[in-house]
Write a protein that binds this ligand. Structure first.
Ligand code: PGA
Length: 250
C-alpha cells in the first residue's frame, strides 16, 4: 500500500437519527483508539454536528454525503461548502452512485463540486464505478476513465492528490456481492493510472474500494496494493462491525 495512510469511511446514507449517531460514536471511539488510519464518518446532514462534537480530540474525521457547488442561493434543499466548513466538517462524499442514479447527479455538476470542495478546504471523496451492464459489456475501464476525466476536469493536476477516490462498482453496492480481490485491484490500479496520466502525484492518491465491504472480507481487500481503504455502507451502521473493518486496515 506504498506509504499511503489507510482511509476507512462509514457512509451511513439516510440512516441514523441524532440519538443513534451519538450512540454509534460513543461505542466506536474506544474500539478504534489505537488506529493509525484515517477514520471518517459520513452521517446525514442532521447528525453532522452530533458526530463532530463527539469526535473532537480523536482521529475521526467527519464527511457530508453531498454538497452544492454554489456558496448560497435559491437552491431549495441543498447545502453548501461554507455551511459544512462552519460545522467543522472536513470532507464530503461526491458523486455516490445513489446520487447519480436517484437524484440526477451529473458529471457536469461534479466537475464544479470537486474543485469547490477543495477550495473550501473540504476533502472530496469522489465516487466512480460501473454498472453491471457496463461490466458485462467490458466497458468498466471506459466508464471509470470517462467519469474521472469529467469529474476532475477543473482540478489542477497538483491538487488531484488531495482528492480521495472511491471505486464503487454499482453491482456490488448493498447487494452482498463484493468485487473479487482481482476485480478490485484491477480497477483501483486502473484509476491510479488515469490520475497519473492527468499529471497527478498518483502514488499519493488514496483509492478506496466500496461495495459490500464487511468484517469478513475487509482484510483481503485492504491488503491489495492499490486499495488504500474502504467506503463502507451497510456494515458501517453497527459500531462493532465498523471497528473490525478499521482494525483490518492494520
Ligand atoms: P455497501 O455500500 O457497503 O452497503 O455495499 C457501500 C457504499 O454505497 O458506499
Amino acid at each position: 500500500m506504498a506509504d499511503r495512510t489507510p482511509y476507512i469511511a462509514a457512509n451511513w446514507k439516510m440512516n441514523k437519527t441524532v440519538a443513534e449517531a451519538a450512540e454509534f460514536v460513543d461505542a466506536l471511539l474506544p474500539r478504534i483508539a489505537a488506529t493509525q488510519s484515517d477514520v471518517v464518518i459520513c452521517p446525514p446532514f442532521t447528525a453532522l454536528t452530533a458526530v463532530v462534537e463527539r469526535r473532537y480530540g480523536t482521529a475521526v474525521k467527519v464527511a457530508a454525503q453531498n454538497m452544492h457547488e454554489e456558496d448560497s442561493g435559491a437552491f431549495t434543499g441543498e447545502v453548501s461548502a461554507p455551511m459544512l466548513v462552519e460545522l467543522d466538517v472536513e470532507a464530503v462524499v461526491l458523486g455516490h452512485s445513489e446520487r447519480r442514479q436517484y437524484f440526477g447527479e451529473t458529471d457536469e455538476a461534479l466537475a464544479r463540486k470537486v474543485p469547490k470542495a477543495l477550495a473550501a478546504g473540504l476533502e472530496p471523496i469522489l465516487c466512480v464505478g460501473e454498472s453491471e451492464q457496463a461490466r458485462d459489456d467490458r466497458e468498466t475501464e471506459a466508464v471509470l476513465e470517462r467519469q474521472l476525466q469529467a469529474d476532475l476536469a477543473a482540478v489542477e493536476s497538483g491538487d488531484i492528490a488531495r482528492v480521495v477516490i472511491a471505486y464503487e462498482p454499482i453491482w456490488a453496492i448493498g447487494t452482498g456481492r463484493t468485487a473479487s480481490p482481482e476485480q478490485a485491484q484491477e480497477a483501483c490500479a486502473f484509476i491510479r493510472d488515469v490520475v497519473r496520466m492527468r499529471g497527478a502525484a498518483a502514488d499519493e492518491v488514496r483509492i478506496l474500494y466500496g461495495g459490500s465491504v464487511k468484517p469478513a472480507n475487509a482484510a483481503e481487500l485492504l491488503a491489495l496494493p492499490d486499495v488504500d481503504g474502504a467506503l463502507v455502507g451497510g456494515a458501517a451502521l453497527v459500531a462493532e462491525d465498523f471497528a473490525m473493518i478499521v482494525d483490518a486496515a492494520g
